[in-house]
Each structure stands twice: as C-alpha cells, then as structure tokens.
Design a protein around this ligand. Structure first.
Ligand SMILES: NC(=O)c1ccc[n+]([C@@H]2O[C@H](COP(=O)([O-])OP(=O)(O)OC[C@H]3O[C@@H](n4cnc5c(N)ncnc54)[C@H](O)[C@@H]3O)[C@@H](O)[C@H]2O)c1
Length: 297
C-alpha cells in the first residue's frame, strides 16, 4: 500500500540520468504518479518507461508548463518536485557552462514550484560541499551536516549556493518544505566489480572518504524525503552504511588523515560520511551494500 505521507503526483527532473532512472522506477513501484522530465532521451522505454516530457530546465517557460500541468497530455496537479537534473560532476563541461546550466535549472525549478504553489521540493545537492576532494583534511570524522559548506570546485560552489537559495525560498514561504540530499558517489550494481581492487591503494578513493551510494538506496532516500513534512530547508548526507573498502575505516583514517579527530568509535567498515541525521529525521536506512554483489573470496 502506498504510504499516505507520500505526495500523489511528482515531477522528477533528470529522469533519464543514472540516479533519475532508479528514482523514477522506485517511486512508481511504491505507487507515486511520476511525470519524468529531462532534456535527453525519453522515447525509448529503456531510458524511462511511462509518462515523460522533454524539458530544458534552463527555459523557465518549459518548467512552468511541466509543473502546472499545462503541457498537452500532461495535465494534473503536481504535489511535489524531485529535482535531480544537472551536469553531475566537476570537469565534465567547462566551469562556466556547468554553472550556467545548473544554477539556471535549479533557480527555475525552485521559482516555478513557488509560482505553481507546490510546497514540497526534494533536490540533489552533493557530498562535494563537505570539502571534496579533501586536499584540505576534513575537520573531523565521520563528517556530518554540522559544519559550513566547503566547496572546492565550481560544480560544488553551485550546490552550496543551491542550499543557500533553498533557505531563502523557505524564508519567503513558511509552508515550504525543501530537502537537499547530499548524495555520495552514485553506483549501479554493474559498478561494483572493481571495488575489491580499491584496497591496494587507500589514496585512490580518499577524495570522498571512501563513500558511495547505491542508486536504489538513493531512490529510497528520495522517497523518505518526499514524506518529510516539516517546513523549512534541511540538508542530509546520503551514503551507504559502509565504505568502498575491505580495510577498516579506523585504519584508513589513521593512515591517510592521522591528524583528524575521530569523534566516535567506528564500526569496522562504517561510512565516514555520517548518515545519522538522515536515519534520525527521515527514517532512511540503506538496504544494499557492494559486498552483497562481489565475491570477496
Ligand atoms: N553521480 C554522482 O556520483 C552524484 C553524486 C552526488 C550528487 N549527484 C547529483 O545527483 C543528480 C543526478 O546525477 P546523475 O549521476 O544521475 O547524473 P546524470 O548525468 O546521469 O543525470 C543528470 C540528468 O540531468 C539532465 N539534465 C542536465 N541539465 C539539464 C537541463 N538543463 N534540463 C533538463 N535536463 C537536464 C541530463 O540530461 C541527465 O539525464 C545531479 O544533480 C548530480 O549533481 C550525483
């Protein structure tokens, strides 16, 4: 049965992307009516089966049509937005192109949701705001949401600005619920094959403190965030419960970041990207691990 706390009809942006495909499939599976939007793909059911609208989010008019149900064949009131569309990492496009696309897309999504009277927005922030690639060591470990963003790239700078923008949209509208999910590095099951080789060099994945997020658990986090009903802007780190390594988390920190304060006793492979807040506030609980998909013997 569909969770009554979930909104009935949701627009998902970035729907044909890596995370978007998992999110659309998951939300539809739990009974949410999804209008999938992206500027790429769509006619091919391998991209995203079901209702789809080709939208370039940098064009405000197209976003308003999608959110107000005024595009032909896509009528129906929208209750919430899941905004995942972006150039998804530093270095894929020029800095200025990344900033221009991502900042315009997110402003248009936030503003069009406001214009359409939509009170719930969940969007993809990023683990990068925690200070990746940690050339400057983290302030403590596990890292959490308690210190100010430390963007080190233009991509991350834009994510930090989005978090700030969300705070102001919520200040303007006391009924608005905005949830920023600081996803770790998104993985599909096919991506797990090289994981056992990471152990040979602890420097290889230190850039995000050896974290990852299984796309299916990312989708679960989106579902939990859509059920969140406390007005205001909140951000959450979303990672899996373990690291990508077979070595212990404590030994990794001792070798690579010997001067960094470890704030609590660490479980053997415990994530160094704390998901305590997401567990506590959203009820997020990762169900997957790369260890279930790779033969470690
Ligand atoms: N992949 C990761 O490791 C990772 C980590 C942290 C955060 N994120 C964030 O999660 C979100 C999803 O990432 P992903 O890995 O699925 O990326 P992806 O590139 O697979 O998907 C992003 C989608 O956004 C669409 N898009 C980009 N600009 C658009 C625009 N102007 N209008 C309409 N559609 C547009 C693209 O066509 C693409 O389908 C992004 O916001 C990304 O920044 C990703």
């Amino acid at each position: 049965m569909t969770d009554p706390a979930l909104p009935k009809r949701v627009v998902v942006t970035g729907a044909t992307g890596k995370l978007g495909r998992a999110v659309v499939a998951h939300l539809r599976a739990v009974g949410v009516d999804v209008l999938a939007v992206d500027r790429a793909g769509g006619r091919d059911p391998r991209d995203v089966a079901g209702e789809f609208l080709l939208v370039d989010l940098t064009d405000y008019g197209q976003v308003v049509e999608a959110f107000t149900g005024s595009a032909d064949e896509h009528a129906g009131g929208v209750d919430a937005i899941v905004h995942l569309a972006a150039v998804p990492a530093p270095g894929l496009m020029s800095n200025a192109t990344t900033f221009a696309n991502n900042s315009a897309a997110t402003y248009n999504v936030f503003a069009a949701a406001r214009a359409a009277g939509i009170k719930r927005v969940v969007w993809a922030s990023s683990e990068t705001v925690l200070g990746l690639p940690f050339d400057t060591p983290p302030p403590y470990a596990p890292v959490d949401e308690e210190y100010a963003p430390r963007p080190e790239s233009t991509y991350s700078l834009n994510k930090a600005l989005e978090e700030e923008m969300a705070r102001h949209f919520c200040r303007w509208d006391p009924e608005l619920v905005m949830v920023g999910l600081r996803f770790s590095n998104v993985m599909d099951v096919e991506d797990y094959a090289p994981f056992p080789s990471f152990d040979a060099d602890p420097q290889l994945r230190r850039w995000n403190l050896w974290g990852y997020i299984d796309a299916r658990d990312g989708a679960q986090a989106v579902e939990r965030a859509l059920a969140h009903d406390q007005p205001g802007a909140e951000v959450f780190i979303i990672a899996n419960a373990d690291t990508v390594m077979s070595r212990s988390s404590a030994s990794l920190m001792a070798e690579v970041y010997p001067g960094v304060e470890i704030r609590r006793e660490l479980g053997d492979h415990e994530t160094l990207l704390s998901i305590d807040k997401a567990r506590r506030v959203l009820g997020y609980e990762p169900r997957h691990s790369w260890r279930d998909h790779v033969d470690l013997l």
